[in-house]
Design a protein around this ligand. Structure first.
Ligand code: FES
Ligand SMILES: [Fe+2]
Length: 355
């Protein structure tokens, strides 16, 4: 299977469904994963639940119904389901007999790091808890989000995030001008790459140096840059002052939702400067870099789909290791759980065609 876009992700891991603050009490949202539809809803007490997004009656999607107290109500005939997916009420049921014993499938769900997480294919035991980013929340760190749905395959986005040699693409905005790879470790769970980047005097580079509180008089400043692929998610650290987390939810073979948070350490005496520099950095540097990544992601998607079997010559060992891990985890899943078949149609189908 040489086409990267034919690779799925192991559904037995935790994936982000939405931000916690995007799901208020008695609200529901649709969540797509590899071509299947799930519904997450928050009950009146604040607890979150996740069900297969298909009513047991006529398979209508539940997320467009309403959440009433602790139940989700189908918009069509009003069948009500409890948090565990069991049918709890049919509004027109007048039989003496009890309700039919029907249920829709429920999935493990947890709130952590400001996100709602779910496991699309629960296995026993469940995977360890999703990543905890609370050490960067508040205190001396400030943060901003850059969530986005990218119209490309998960693997294209993931490898992009691990591969810092593509700074040619971002040459106008990239806050460093030199990069070296110092170390690489990988096993069946993670890839770790240690780069070193050097910032000079361009506008973006000076902004980064200001945010990181570096010596302003030096002509260049060098920072360690560590990148991690903790399957299936990604994070990176720049020096001791910047951290980025990217949590992925592949929706189909050409669409991936990415929940990105950037943390920057606040430094004493730089609050004013920071207040000035942060919006500039976000709008004129980070947003444009992200725009370019979205743009190139579509181009790489086309390259995979139209030339799937032609050789690729990846010279960055970090990118190569990330792609190997992505492929080997999918291979292991298929060997253990069987071919994805209709369970995960989004492995085969583009977003427009996904059910
Ligand atoms: S389709 Fe859901 S209640 Fe009829
Ligand atoms: Fe990029």
């Amino acid at each position: 299977m040489s086409n990267l876009c034919d690779i799925g992700v192991d559904p037995r891991c935790w994936y982000p469904a939405c931000r916690s603050d995007e799901l208020g009490p008695e609200q529901a949202r649709e969540v797509r994963f590899l071509g299947r539809s799930f519904v997450v809803f928050r009950d009146v007490h604040g607890a979150v639940h996740c069900l297969d997004n298909a009513c047991a009656h006529r398979r209508v999607a539940l997320h467009e119904g309403e959440v009433r107290d602790c139940r989700i109500v189908c918009p069509y005939h009003g069948w009500e389901y409890g948090p565990d997916g069991a049918l709890a009420r049919i509004p027109y049921w007048e039989e003496e007999a009890p309700l039919p014993r029907l249920r829709v499938r429920s999935f493990p769900v947890v709130e952590r790091s400001g996100l709602v997480w779910f496991v699309p294919e629960p296995a026993d035991p469940l995977p360890p808890q999703p990543p905890d980013t609370s050490q960067w929340d508040g205190g001396e760190w400030f943060s901003f989000r850059q969530d986005r749905v990218f119209p490309n395959h998960y693997g294209v986005g993931l490898v992009n995030g691990m591969d810092y040699t593509h700074f040619h693409l971002h040459r106008k905005y990239q806050p460093w001008s030199r990069l070296r790879l110092r170390d690489l470790e990988s096993d069946e769970r993670r890839v770790f790459g240690a780069y070193e980047v050097t910032s000079g005097q361009s506008r973006a580079e000076r902004t980064l140096r200001m945010l990181l509180g570096s010596d302003r008089d030096a002509s260049t400043v060098t920072y360690p840059l560590e990148v991690y692929y903790d399957y299936p998610h990604h994070h990176a650290r720049l020096g001791d002052g910047m951290v980025v987390w990217a949590f992925f939810r592949p929706e189909s073979r050409d669409r991936v939702a990415v929940y990105i948070t950037l943390y920057i350490k606040a430094r004493r005496g730089t609050r004013r400067l920071r207040q000035f520099a942060e919006p500039f950095f976000r709008r004129l540097v980070l947003a444009r870099i992200q725009e370019q990544d979205a743009w190139i992601g579509v181009r790489e998607q086309i390259a995979w789909e139209t030339r799937p079997d032609e050789p690729r010559c990846e010279l960055n060992p970090v990118a190569a290791a990330a792609e190997r891990l992505l492929r080997s985890r999918w291979q292991s899943y298929v060997e253990e759980a069987g071919p994805p078949g209709d369970r995960w149609p989004g492995v085969r189908l583009a977003h427009g065609a996904a059910r």
